[in-house]
Design a protein. Structure first.
Length: 305
């Protein structure tokens, strides 16, 4: 019996990992253009007057593939790395919290318990997210860095060339630049992300049925709510993290110093540069993420458990 439980737990972890990976890929292809706009507006706000202005200039100067879909490969790597580990750890943390609170089934956990599981899981996913997101952001902001700072070294490097350049200059540690802001963003962000998602699923579930049977549209709506909650809470930290990771020429010694510098020079509202495209992007992207995750997980549970 104990052996059977161990195998079932191992399979469940692999299923969560795989479903999270598939959800991460879907999220990137849906949301990458607006994510690029967000990063450009966060890192070089003086070059763009609005989201529409940024979209027009990127389309005109860089095109679709090298512009709006810049950094897609590291974005896929970042999201697959993050979401596979995030959802695998989320399932594991749910089991730990359910045991510690005396909840017999994970499905019966409270919204607060699920939110806490998401918060804990995001700490572990930060280790995989930070290096891949660093590469994504530097590729997305390469055109602006060349325009403003005259640094053309990253424009034609590509993913592997940029990785080699960072390791050559700063060693493996250079790939973890911005790790502190990443953790500071992820943990509170995923507390409200999973809390909002689970609360919305519970609210939209049919009468006398569990939230797992709320249906595709309700799952997508819950994902959208979770995404909006996440970005509304963490956006100022995300702006600081993007500034830290975008350019090797900026002072990145201290998170508080970065925040103080932005507020003094650009004002408090600068901490919300790029919020509009982020919120527009997160609704379909988070909806697709959870739709793919939940339904691929159901299919794999049926086949392998």
């Amino acid at each position: 019996m104990a052996r059977h439980k161990e195998v079932a737990t191992w399979k469940s972890g692999v299923i969560d990992f795989t479903a999270g990976s598939l959800g991460g890929v879907a999220l990137v292809y849906v949301g990458q253009p607006l994510d690029t706009v967000k990063v450009k507006m966060q890192t070089y706000p003086q070059l763009y007057s609005s989201m529409i202005d940024c979209c027009k200039k990127v389309w005109r100067d860089e095109g679709l593939v090298r512009g709006l879909y810049a950094g897609t490969i590291p974005a896929i790597l970042a999201n697959v790395a993050e979401n596979s580990v995030l959802f695998a750890c989320y399932g594991f943390c749910q089991k730990i919290i359910s045991l510690s609170t005396g909840t017999k089934n994970v499905e019966d956990m409270s919204i607060l318990a699920n939110a806490s599981a998401g918060c804990l899981a995001s700490f572990f996913s930060s280790f995989t997210l930070c290096p891949t997101e660093l590469l994504k952001i530097q590729l997305q902001a390469a055109h602006e860095e060349a325009t403003k700072l005259g640094n053309t070294s990253k424009i034609n490097l590509g993913l592997f060339g940029l990785t080699k350049q960072i390791i050559r200059q700063d060693g493996l540690r250079g790939l973890f630049k911005g790790f502190g802001p990443t953790v500071a963003r992820e943990m509170p962000g995923y507390f409200v992300f999973f809390g909002g998602y689970e609360a919305t699923r519970t609210l939209l579930a049919p009468a006398d049925k569990p939230k797992e049977e709320c249906g595709a549209l309700a799952t997508m709506a819950a994902g959208g709510v979770g995404g909006i909650a996440l970005w509304t809470v963490i956006f100022p930290v995300d702006v600081i993290k993007s500034r830290v990771q975008a350019s090797s020429q900026q002072n990145t010694a201290n998170f508080v110093t970065q925040m103080t510098d932005i507020v003094k020079k650009e004002g408090v509202l600068a901490l919300y540069n790029g919020l509009q495209p982020t919120l527009i992007r997160t609704i379909p992207a988070s909806a697709v993420l959870f739709l793919v995750y939940e339904y691929s997980k159901k299919i794999m549970n049926t086949l392998f458990l």
